[in-house]
Design a protein around this ligand. Structure first.
Ligand code: AHR
Length: 497
């Protein structure tokens, strides 16, 4: 199977905003508690209550932005319950996720400290569904006001003298569903009202994010843009990849069939159509693309691992997830004129995680390795590419076999990311590099692949899957020929001069 890819190194197509490499952390299952927060008294080595192994692994990824506290949890979260001395914080039932007790030990101070430790931007989701305008307004005042006010004084009493810098603020989450079951007309009015009181204090300029549609709810997008576009900086989109036909039968994370592999790839590719069509609606009201599209929940969603709490959404992560990650990031790159941020769901122990933990043990998933390999694209200039090639076919259905994007970083190096979606066929690719001003001086590559469709890392065998140096290529003049293994994600670095 062969593919011809042309990369125009002299045709920059705009910056790949680093925030599309964002993550999402919700009070759900073992994401926050156990995954991040173990408490200062834990035998697990920690920094101010946050586990060191996880901090180190996430620092390595260069996470640009982290969304919190939900998700559905955000619209039942009352931030005042999560500040002040921990022993006095209110307990509540996390009714949405497993009915477990939430002790509010991880709150605003802890989350913003986590962002400092990770050197990433916080993205806070405010509560519209069950919270008041005053509560939302005071949260912003508490976090960002540097003057004399009741909220600033309370923050100082709770140990934080200076305000934090908080840029990204979401006004509600999934308000068409768990965030209040609203109609778009109603939410558009509420959005206009709530966002009025999300104030900019001092130098802190909030980037306001409206709750956008679920999947292909184009009416929601049309209504929100028509009624509220002057009041927003961005609007969100949620789309999850389910291999199965329904929420009741999503499919297993491991032990799946070739057909399920194919349907997973096909469904992940649907992200491209969703962004294209939602963006076309946005264009009618925002032709200059001032308003960003933020895919703040995406990733695979399978049936939970047998024997685990169904409300915890814990699932394994295989080479199939690596392909979904690579493919989806390539799609975001190609839409860099509109997609300004994305947040994979969720960072640890929930859905398509980059890290899984079990007690004091931690493993990096194949999805982690893709984010690590791809981080070279953060803030790089996307290059125009063109490709022709064979399709990946199954049972009379077909999709493109190879997904590719390329970018040039600040040092002038070109990075090419390639996903071979086929579960079984190698892909022989030819890359024509056009428009170089200097000759290629060095090429290196890394590839993540596996022998079986559901290969994954386990706590017993944590390095079963990891990227290896890639050598299956050769140059003929300015043409590079390479052999991509089936079910593989490859990143090449091409240096000139
Ligand atoms: O990520 C899990 C859940 O999926 C989130 O809480 C919600 O926003 C979405 O439905």
């Amino acid at each position: 199977m062969s593919h011809v890819i042309t990369i125009h190194s002299d045709l920059p197509e705009g910056k790949i905003n680093r925030t599309i490499y964002g993550h999402f952390s919700e009070h759900l299952g073992r994401c926050i508690y156990e995954g991040i927060w173990v408490g200062e008294d834990s035998p697990i080595p920690n920094t101010e209550g946050m586990r060191n192994d996880v901090l180190k692994a996430l620092q390595q990824l260069k996470i640009p932005v982290l969304r919190w506290p939900g998700g559905c949890f955000a619209d039942e979260y009352h931030w005042k319950d999560g500040v002040g001395p921990r022993e006095n914080r209110k307990q509540m039932i996390n009714t949405h996720w497993g009915g477990v007790m939430e002790n509010n030990h991880f709150g605003t101070h802890e989350f913003l400290r986590l962002c400092e430790l990770l050197d990433c931007e916080p993205y806070i989701s405010g509560n519209v569904g069950s919270g008041t305008v005053q509560e939302m307004s005071e949260w912003v005042e508490y976090m960002t006001f540097d003057g004399v006010s009741p909220m600033a004084a309370w923050r100082q009493e709770n140990g934080r003298e200076k305000p934090w810098k908080v840029k990204y603020f979401g006004v509600g989450n999934e308000n068409w569903g768990c965030g209040g079951n609203m109609r778009p007309e109603y939410y558009a009015d509420l959005y206009r009202r709530y966002q009025t009181y999300v104030r900019n204090y001092d130098e802190n300029k909030i980037y306001k994010i409206a709750c956008g549609p679920n999947v292909d709810d184009y009416r929601w997008m049309e209504t929100l843009m028509r009624e509220a576009h002057p009041y927003m900086d961005a609007i969100s989109l949620h789309y999850y990849t389910l291999p199965g036909d329904s929420w009741a039968s999503k499919g297993a994370a491991t032990g799946f069939s070739e057909q399920e592999w194919f349907s997973t790839m096909k469904k992940a590719l649907h992200m491209d159509e969703l962004i294209t069509r939602h963006s076309a609606i946005m264009d009618q009201y925002d032709p200059n693309k001032r308003i960003g599209l933020i895919v703040d929940e995406w990733g695979t969603w399978y049936d939970v691992e047998p024997g685990t709490n169904p409300g915890f959404l814990y699932q394994q992560n295989t080479i199939r997830d690596a392909l979904v990650a690579g493919l989806t990031l390539n799609i975001f790159h190609e839409h860099n004129d509109r997609v300004v941020m994305a947040n994979i769901a969720q960072v640890i122990n929930v859905l398509q995680s980059v890290i899984l933990t079990e007690g004091e043990k931690m493993i990096l998933t194949p999805t982690y390795h893709v984010f690590n390999m791809y981080k070279v694209h953060q803030d790089a200039e996307r290059l125009a590419t063109h490709q022709t090639g064979t399709d990946y076919e199954m049972d009379g259905d077909k999709i493109p076999q190879v997904s590719v994007t390329a970018s040039k970083d600040q040092t002038g190096s070109i990075h090419v990311s390639l996903c071979n979606l086929s579960h079984v066929e190698q892909s022989d690719i030819t890359i024509q590099l056009r428009g170089l001003s200097e000759a290629v001086s060095e090429t290196t590559g890394q590839q993540l692949t596996a022998d079986s469709l559901d290969a994954h890392n386990t706590f017993e065998s944590p390095e079963n899957l990891k990227p290896l140096a890639f050598h299956a290529y050769e140059w003929e003049g300015d043409v590079l020929r390479a052999k991509l293994a089936p079910r593989s994600v490859t990143v090449l670095k091409i240096t000139t001069g």
